[in-house]
Design a protein around this ligand. Structure first.
Ligand SMILES: [Zn+2]
Length: 402
């Protein structure tokens, strides 16, 4: 049988180097212990602190009879805290007072921590740390057996880093929606909402898009059943609001819409619209132009110019598209505005008499204008986002930028 080298040495009678005890260590200077830098000092103090923690365990353990706890406390006090020969005093005497000048601040800091920690070996001190009401509980017969355990846990260590609760941020779609809402709320409009699962009547028929109308094909509709759809626009709420409130009516309608579109960088089967509707006596196209021009300058900046072009929607007559001077090139022409200097931002028009009639209003007495815009498109322009999918992927790296 072959023995390890060390054991063979021992057999021959050579002394084994036994590790130094704590008492031996605190009797030497730092230099004698080879602790010549901050790291070495830290290691030594950590060792002392670990020993202290280990030895005070019986003091705070559960189920120790009270008389024994006092005996343990006294023994610990004598060994660690005695004025002349206690371990703490020896650390003070041999490590701190005799440490080289350049190490003194480091040793001093560790020594103070050690001294503070050592107070937790005194039973009286442990009890003093417990709030008064818990002391009463501890004094009760039931509280007796766990008093030590409670005492150590209740004192918070204020040097530890606190819990961090990261705050979320407002989603860019919500942010832009609120910004648009704010502009119209300040103009005296109110907010109206309606169901996302809508009847074919409200989504199409009441908006002057009868079954036979070719315009129904323009909306790539998601049908729930023959009479129910996921609304393709927020416009059904126009009819619902007219039925509910009558005229005059000044509302904006934010909300989700659904179309049978394949997702790509500019399309999504779910997206957000804001619809505006103003109905009163003597409302003209001039009111529409004035309001939308004001809105565009509020949202995109005072320098922005608007331009209206004829268009077609079944629920407005006449209908128009609104373009703004390109916010990226100031109307000079760039890749984003396809060199035209203009970007289309919404559809609008005067409410069709049929639509007013479906809402229960007399088109000979009332007139109105309406507009509709896509919130995603506004958010993409505002923040320079080039892929609509980013809004729905819940990627924190994207969202935390807002
Ligand atoms: Zn441009």
């Amino acid at each position: 049988m072959t023995l390890p080298a060390a054991k063979r040495e021992h057999r021959k009678g050579a002394p084994l180097r036994t590790p130094m005890t704590l008492e031996e260590k605190v009797g030497k200077t730092l230099a004698e212990l080879g602790a010549t830098d901050a790291k070495g000092v830290e290691t030594l103090f950590a060792e002392v602190r670990a020993a202290m923690e280990r030895e005070r365990q019986p003091l705070v353990a559960q189920g120790v009879p009270e008389g024994d706890r006092e005996k343990i406390s006294k023994a610990l006090r004598d060994r660690w805290l005695a004025r002349k020969s206690g371990l703490i005093s020896l650390v003070d005497e041999n490590w701190l007072k005799r440490s080289p000048k350049e190490l003194k601040p480091v040793v001093g800091r560790h020594f103070n921590e050690l001294r503070q920690f050592s107070s937790r070996m005194e039973l009286e001190q442990l009890l003093k740390d417990v709030p008064a009401q818990l002391q009463r509980a501890v004094a009760s017969p039931m509280g007796q057996h766990w008093q030590g355990a409670v005492a150590i846990d209740l004192r918070p260590d204020l040097t530890l880093p606190g819990y961090q609760r990261p705050l979320g941020s407002i989603h860019p779609i919500t942010r832009v929606q609120r910004e648009i809402e704010e502009i119209f709320l300040n103009l005296g409009f109110s907010i109206e909402t309606g169901p996302e699962v809508e009847s074919v009547y409200y989504n199409f028929d009441a908006l002057n898009i009868p079954d036979s109308h070719p315009a129904r094909d323009d909306w790539d509709t998601l049908y729930v059943d023959a009479q129910t759809v996921l609304r393709t626009h927020t416009s059904p709420v126009q009819i619902r609001a007219m039925e509910k409130h009558g005229a005059p009516l000044y509302i904006i309608i934010p909300g989700k819409c659904y179309r049978h579109d394949n997702p790509d960088s500019t399309h999504s089967p779910m997206f957000h619209q804001i619809e505006g509707l103003a109905i009163d006596t003597d409302i003209t196209f001039a009111d529409l132009k004035g309001t939308l021009d004001f809105f565009a300058r509020k949202f995109f900046g005072e320098k922005v110019r608007t331009s209206f072009h004829p268009s077609f929607f079944p629920f407005t007559e006449p209908s128009g598209e609104v373009a703004i001077s390109c916010v990226f090139c100031d109307g000079q022409g760039c890749r984003i505005c396809k060199e035209s200097g203009w970007i289309e931002v919404m559809g609008c028009g005067m409410v069709h008499p049929e639509v007013l009639r479906h809402g229960g209003l007399d088109p000979d007495r009332y007139s109105g204008w309406a507009f509709g815009l896509g919130i995603e498109r506004y958010a993409m322009m505002k923040y320079g986002i080039n892929d609509i999918q980013l809004f729905y992927q819940s990627d924190v790296r994207f969202l935390e930028q807002f």
